[in-house]
Ligand binder design. Structure first.
Ligand SMILES: [Zn+2]
Length: 532
């Protein structure tokens, strides 16, 4: 058998070109969507999967890992080699299922994804895309029109529900082949997440948010009832500003769009990061920031080569939402850029999805931060003082709304994989009523859960967003104590680089967080932000 070192070196040499090609193909297909670009992306994904499904290599990784575990007391055993083997093990494991089953899953996922990309709901005989639906839900005062738009957003549900259920069955079959209870358990285990700990954290978050959310929601409902001239008891999901109640409706927040109406969001992004000693100009130059035909409507950051070529895709418009998104995506970007380049290639990258989401969320919160508004955006102190209370309320509302939404999705996914045959339509609305306090539509029997694309194509991922929020709150508290805050504090930037970005994936996420903030990840800082 080869040494663990030789195995890691060989796998790095094989994985690296596949990842480079995939990154390039991904960027191409998202910025210049053509059938050729799509084909190239699929081919790159399949090539990568082929390597990760190789049974002999997986056996070698396991053997090398077992040998190192035996030698745990051996001080000469290299900690970075151990870390490599853990990461490789988790990357290979989910692919160790019969070829036929794997292909069925991939093909069904691709089919559902393309249904999502091409399907458009209808209002009357008008086909509407998501932007048109969102526009009605943001602006219309007419309950009937809103209801029609909301229903249009759910019409995809019956188109894909059977396939999503089938995907759950197939993923479960694959997980059981690997000795796991179901796909939910497998997905957490291969993402270094402990299921008991996840559910105890979700309970903590539920407890910390339940009362404040109930109080806030009561106020919101009164505003909505007045706006739509209905009784509070007649409010239904279409009275909210988005199809899932993922975001704070304007009525429950504060409108900052005026501040950003004439603003240069690129300049504000540069200025924000400059204030903490980080230069994002090299990333900006390579980014694709404005809406265009044939490009993705979403936003993301991608590390092309783990050698400094980091890019952001956005569809920037001068408003608060895009300011938040720009700062969010460039949070991912500085994380990628500041990872220690002397680390081995496979360890150059975030410790975990949840740590990079945490940094991005920490930065994305800034447009509602009084010091950012005065020092970076140049809003007058008096004007910011005048809205300080409402800003604080808006920050709390954003945390509450998002946390309650994650509780719905994560609990739903757990039940979905525990029993894909159960009555999911009812379960979904039970959870929405319980956590989001939104009354289900009367006499509705539709698979509304299936209209959430994440369940089909990014399964068992949502918990990372919640952990990300907890990490952001914990980091903010730690930076206040150690650097006096974040905005225009170069010491805060130095701390983030040294304790969070530079170590890359050389540490497990929980160890990284404990070292960076002085204690394990906890929900108590989020709870504190909700009670002040
Ligand atoms: Zn993100």
């Amino acid at each position: 058998m080869r040494s663990a070192h030789a195995l890691v070196d060989d796998l790095t040499a094989r994985i690296r070109p596949l990842e480079l090609e995939l990154a390039d193909a991904w960027w191409e297909s998202n910025t210049h969507a053509t059938p050729e670009a799509e084909q190239r992306r699929i081919a790159a994904e399949l090539a990568r999967q082929r390597l990760f499904s190789d049974a002999d290599t997986f056996a070698e990784i396991r053997a090398a890992r077992a040998k190192l575990a035996d030698a745990a007391a051996d001080p000469t055993a290299d900690a970075l080699v151990r870390r490599h083997l853990d990461i490789l093990h988790d990357a290979f494991m989910p692919h160790q299922v019969p070829e036929q089953l794997r292909r069925e899953i991939v093909e069904l996922e691709a089919r559902v994804e393309s249904t999502f990309n091409t399907f458009r709901g209808t209002i009357g005989d008008r086909r509407v895309d998501n932007n048109a639906i969102d526009e009605i839900l943001r602006t219309s005062d007419d309950s009937d029109e809103r209801r029609a738009a909301w229903e249009a957003s759910k019409q995809i549900g019956p188109e894909v529900a059977g396939h999503v259920r089938e995907l759950a069955r197939l993923r479960n079959r694959a997980a059981r082949e690997l000795g796991f209870r179901d796909h939910f358990a497998l997905a957490l285990a291969t993402a270094e997440l402990d299921e008991d700990r996840l559910f105890s954290t979700l309970d903590d978050v539920d407890r910390a948010t339940e009362e404040p959310f109930r109080t806030w929601k009561r106020g919101l409902d009164e505003l909505l009832a007045a706006r739509f001239s209905v009784d509070v008891r007649e409010l239904r999901p279409w009275h909210l500003d988005d199809p899932f109640f993922q975001e704070t409706p304007a009525a429950g927040a504060i409108a900052l769009d005026d501040i950003f109406a004439g603003a240069d969001l690129e300049a504000l992004t540069i200025r924000t990061y400059e204030g903490i000693g980080l230069d994002v100009r090299a990333v900006l130059e390579r980014s694709d920031l404005y809406a265009r035909d044939g490009k993705s409507q979403h936003a993301f950051c991608i590390d092309m080569d783990r050698e400094g070529d980091v890019r952001v895709l956005c569809n920037v418009e001068p408003n608060e939402r895009w300011m938040d998104t720009m700062l969010h995506e460039f949070g991912h970007a500085v994380y990628d850029r500041e990872t220690d380049v002397t680390l081995p290639w496979l360890l150059r990258g975030p410790a975990h999805s949840l740590t990079t989401e945490g940094i991005a969320m920490l930065m994305g919160r800034l447009p509602r931060d009084p010091s950012w508004l005065t020092q970076v955006a140049g809003v007058g102190t008096d004007a910011v003082d005048a809205i300080a209370d409402r800003l604080a309320a808006a920050r709390r509302a954003a945390l509450l709304v998002f946390a309650r939404w994650v509780l719905v999705v994560t609990n739903f996914e757990r039940h979905l994989y525990a029993d894909p045959e159960r009555d999911l339509d009812t379960l979904w609305w039970d959870l929405v009523e319980k956590y989001q306090l939104v009354a289900r539509p009367d006499a509705r029997n539709e698979p509304d859960w299936a209209s959430k694309i994440h369940l089909a194509v990014v399964p068992v991922y949502y918990q990372n967003y919640l952990y990300g929020e907890l990490f952001a709150s914990q980091l903010a508290a730690s930076l206040r104590e150690r650097a006096g805050g974040l905005v225009d504090r170069p010491e805060a930037g130095e701390t983030l680089v040294r304790d969070v970005f530079a170590p890359g994936a050389s540490l497990r996420w929980d160890e990284l967080i404990a070292r960076a903030t002085g204690e394990p990840l906890t929900a108590s800082y989020l709870a504190r932000e909700l009670s002040t």
